[in-house]
Design a protein around this ligand. Structure first.
Ligand code: HEC
Length: 149
């Protein structure tokens, strides 16, 4: 009887330890996915600013990579993962307004896909500004905590 209880407690503790690890990984993984989005966004901003020559193939490739990174990140905000071993800047509002949060992701994914076929710098500029402003920035403003000093 006693042994069974101890065993059950051990299993419960093991599960708790496992889920803490899984959450810490979610923070690490979603931050990595966000970085991936940024890395792919940067050259497009460079093209808009005239610092990088316009290249339609790169535009398409990077826009697809941004959409994929955001798709990935969207799945990495499980309940309770505002705290992990790694510092997270996720606001608790994410889990209070999960539908709105997910909708913000979907909108950004659409805006990223809309960049894919930009045929020239002018078209690219409009699409990049839309993603940066109504996508990335809008969500960060609402759902991301300010940087810790
Ligand atoms: C639907 C909301 C949402 C959208 C859309 C979004 N982000 Fe984020 N982003 C977040 C949240 C929340 C965090 C904080 C994650 C954490 O620290 O746990 C974050 C973190 C980041 C970080 C910091 C990662 C790190 O190393 O800590 C970068 C860079 C970033 N986002 C870039 C982008 C870019 C670029 C886009 C648009 C292409 C974008 N994000 C779109 C919500 C969003």
């Amino acid at each position: 009887m006693m042994k069974k209880k101890i065993l059950a407690a051990g299993i419960a503790a093991g599960i708790a330890a496992f889920s803490v690890t899984a959450m810490a990984d979610a923070v690490t993984d979603r931050q990595a996915a966000m970085k991936e989005a940024k890395q792919n966004f940067k050259p497009l901003v460079g093209m808009v600013k005239g610092k990088v020559p316009f290249d339609a193939a790169t535009v398409k490739k990077n826009a697809m990579a941004i959409a994929a990174a955001l798709e990935k990140a969207k799945k990495l905000f499980p309940e309770g993962s505002e705290k992990g071993e790694k510092d997270s800047r996720a606001k608790p509002e994410i889990w209070l307004m999960k539908d709105e949060f997910n909708a913000a992701f979907d909108k950004s994914i659409r805006l990223a896909r809309a960049i894919e076929n930009a045929g020239d710098v002018t078209a690219l500029k409009g699409a990049v500004m839309a993603l940066g402003g109504d996508g990335c920035k809008a969500c960060h403003k609402k759902f991301r905590l300010p940087k810790k000093k």
